[in-house]
Design a protein around this ligand. Structure first.
Ligand code: FAD
Length: 450
């Protein structure tokens, strides 16, 4: 399985390439063994990211005997590589969820997705996870007049449900982001930031302390049903259990091929600057919020605890030099924060985002006792933590109707192998749409594009 779509191109990048800021600054994780020999467990979890470890935490806390198998190490994939923005909700607005699923199921779904940040910050507090957590809110600045209209509707829908959200005027957005680039936006005070790798390592430590057995460098290479049990093979051992949770999201491999074909893994890429000098730093996100804007190919950005700016956006599917992969990000920094002209970039890294066709996470029973939750569409810090809890309840026997999230049947994407091409074409199309919007907004003088 390809680990990274990027390659190293120059001596300069050999120093920093693909070493994430998070791996350079994270609190250490628990030291883990590789699985050797044949073991039994009540529940086996495949994948040690937020989904798998949150499930392990709840299962072990409820007294279940759990084994977690991780192909590489805890947080080596999306959960340790992401932007660390704790974002409430999913891509769809709450009214849309209720219209799609009906008032009862949809209403419970809205409550479930809205509970994500509370759950993340509660686990951090309860298990004393040192991950530089801040709960100062998440901002979505608008890049166009039409985006601002959609945001106004979103704010109204969440306010109706009692959420602490607020529509921001142009000057308020400029003050909170420190950028003149946006015409307005909204702030969702339920959100915040974490050091994502420290957070996932903290979950692992907490789950292990409760008795979960977590094995690194132990990829599940085979999965067989024997009677009422599953046997999962790894290179040096096996686990037998009645229930298996697949928590592999964008990194789902051919172990369960139909599941892999329900997702499109899309690369996302980030750069981090050197620590910004104090005086300049005060001009950028001075309230400590994180932000993701409304371009189709959105840019997401925040400061870390040492005052580096982290800028994330689409990655590239092609095997290109990092300089090429990062060009778009340098341009975004220049556009949003021209005051940072001349700043040096010290970290460059990327990962895969699990996208679904309906832009919703999915919860499935793939086969009897084989459960999965995945497809967070770039909003997994909170949602994958919630999904882990849902999967744990389900594995312990909660009826599907009481999970607070609809269980759907597996729907592999037709012609999946051509969908990578489709995704590339879609990205080109979205880039073109964003380009048109930029031109239109300059013409209409919406915002203050440089
Ligand atoms: C660059 C980037 C930026 C992002 N930014 C944000 C953000 O700011 N906010 C936000 O909310 N979301 C963000 N996301 C999304 C978020 O990171 C993910 O949705 C979330 O981490 C998914 O967690 P997970 O545990 O389901 O999957 P992962 O963390 O990817 O874990 C899956 C694990 O399964 C393992 N695995 C796969 N196959 C096997 C196997 N056969 N055997 C054993 N193990 C296996 C993998 O090695 C991996 O460790 C971002 C994602 C990326 C890539």
């Amino acid at each position: 399985m390809a680990i990274s779509p990027y390659r190293l191109s120059s001596r300069q990048y050999l120093m920093t390439a693909m070493r994430s800021l998070w791996s350079a600054t994270a609190a250490p994780g628990p030291s883990l063994e590789q699985l050797a020999g044949d073991v039994r467990a009540q529940v086996t979890i495949i994948g040690a990211g937020y989904t798998g470890l949150s499930a392990a935490l709840y299962l072990a806390g409820a007294g279940s005997d759990v084994v977690v198998l991780e192909a590489v190490d805890v947080g080596d994939r999306a959960s340790g590589l992401n932007g660390g923005q704790v974002i409430p909700g999913v891509k769809h607005d709450p009214d849309t969820l209720e219209e799609t699923f009906g008032p009862t199921t949809g209403g419970r779904l809205v409550d479930t997705v809205a509970s994500g940040p509370d759950l993340v910050f509660e686990l951090i507090r309860k298990y004393d996870i040192a991950c530089a957590a801040t709960r100062t809110g998440w901002i979505q600045p608008a890049t166009s007049g039409s985006a601002l209209e959609a945001i106004a509707g979103r704010v109204e829908q969440w306010r109706r449900r009692g959420a602490d959200v607020e529509l921001l005027s142009g000057p308020e957005t400029a003050r909170l982001t420190g950028s003149q680039r946006y015409s307005g936006g909204w702030i969702d005070r339920r959100g915040g930031t974490v050091q994502p790798l420290s957070y996932v390592r903290g979950l692992a430590r907490a789950a292990a302390n409760l008795g979960a057995r977590i094995f690194s460098r132990s990829p599940a290479t085979g999965l067989e049903r024997t009677g009422s049990e599953w046997r999962i093979r790894t290179p040096r051992g096996s686990v037998t259990s009645s229930t298996v949770i697949l928590a592999t999201d964008a990194y789902t491999d051919r172990l369960v091929d139909p599941l892999r074909r329900t997702l499109i893994p899309v690369p996302s890429f980030q750069v981090a600057t050197e620590p910004i000098p104090e005086k300049l730093r005060q001009t950028i996100l001075p309230g400590g919020q994180s932000a993701s804007d409304t371009w189709h190919l959105l840019r997401y950005f925040r400061l870390d605890a040492t005052g580096r700016l982290i800028m994330g956006s689409r990655g590239t599917f092609a095997d290109v030099p990092l300089t090429v992969a990062a060009r778009h990000h340098y341009r975004a920094v220049r556009e949003i924060y021209p005051q940072l002209a001349g700043i040096q970039y010290e970290y460059h890294w990327g990962g895969l985002v699990g996208m679904t066709r309906d832009h919703l996470p999915h919860l499935h029973e793939v086969a009897p006792g084989l459960l999965t939750g995945l497809g967070y569409n770039g909003r997994g810090v909170a949602m994958a933590t919630v999904m882990g809890r849902i999967l744990a309840h389900w594995a312990r026997g909660a009826p599907a109707a009481e999970l607070g999230f609809p269980v759907t049947s597996l729907a592999p994407i037709p012609l999946h192998r051509f969908n990578q091409i489709g995704a590339r074409l879609a990205i080109q199309g979205l880039r073109a749409l964003d380009g048109l919007a930029r031109v239109r907004d300059r013409f209409l003088a919406v915002g203050s594009a440089p």
